[in-house]
Design a protein around this ligand. Sequence first.
Ligand code: AMP
Ligand code: MN
Ligand code: MN
Ligand code: MN
Length: 283
Amino acid sequence: MNADLHCHSVVSDGTLTPEALAARAKKNGVELWSLTDHDEIGGQARARDAALALGLPYLTGTEISVTFAGLTVHIVGLGFDADDAALLQGLAATRGGRRERAMEMAEGLAKVGIKGAFEGALQYVGNPDLISRSHFARHLVKTGVCADTSAVFRSYLTEGKPGYVPHRWASLGDAVRWITQAGGEAVIAHPARYKFTPTEEYALFCEFKEHGGRGVEVVTGSHSAAEYVRYAATAIEFGLLASRGSDFHSPDESHIDLGSLPPLPAPLTPVWDALAARVQRPA
Ligand code: AMP
Ligand code: MN
Ligand code: MN
Ligand code: MN
């Protein structure tokens, strides 16, 4: 099945509306879709309504920012109840502090001669509670500081660079519990992206399972083909369900479009098998 269970809209750091993403997913042949905005589920009703109107089955989604062993890890939540009070409160707490962080980022950039970056980034923000590094990146590309967003991250927005501000996100246990206690499944997003030692990565997977997490992204726009193979083995080693998602943000920035990834490697059990009862289907 062409499931695409990871992407972003203007409700977080994507550039398309939930409706435009639904139409793009449908056009690209997606058969099961989820919008997974960072730390926010304000776009869920729009995404679901648009998907169902197009005949596209839908799972609720989000991508929660977590701090683990000093690094940021992303946990995707799928198929939860979007009205769950503890989940809503947890996401709001995780989002809180992004504005202050963004002002500090702008101060760091001002020190290297890039003035007005906070106001500049805000021009790209669709949700005032969700100012992200991506919005700064778009502003710095638009004003000619860098040629593309990857170059902005490399030179300005990653650890040790002038616009980088460390931030404490949710804990791993809290994020997994918010999702699972709302009836959903928690999935470790793009594991190859984290710069952990093998021991730390092992601890991440063990603790994730102890908290009730059951899935891992194997095929994602953030992984190479070799990494599909590596994390397919990890999924089997830890007895985890496998997920698949483009992590699409923007037609101008994302290399992998909605619905265009290869299938999950054969021996894996897809996370959507465990979520069949949570899928919202067209009438
Ligand atoms: P934030 O939650 O504000 O720390 O921003 C994280 C977001 O920045 C991620 O979800 C990606 O969309 C984007 N991002 C992180 N690293 C890179 C990179 N190297 N190149 C392009 N985008 C990136
Ligand atoms: Mn993002
Ligand atoms: Mn992510
Ligand atoms: Mn993402």
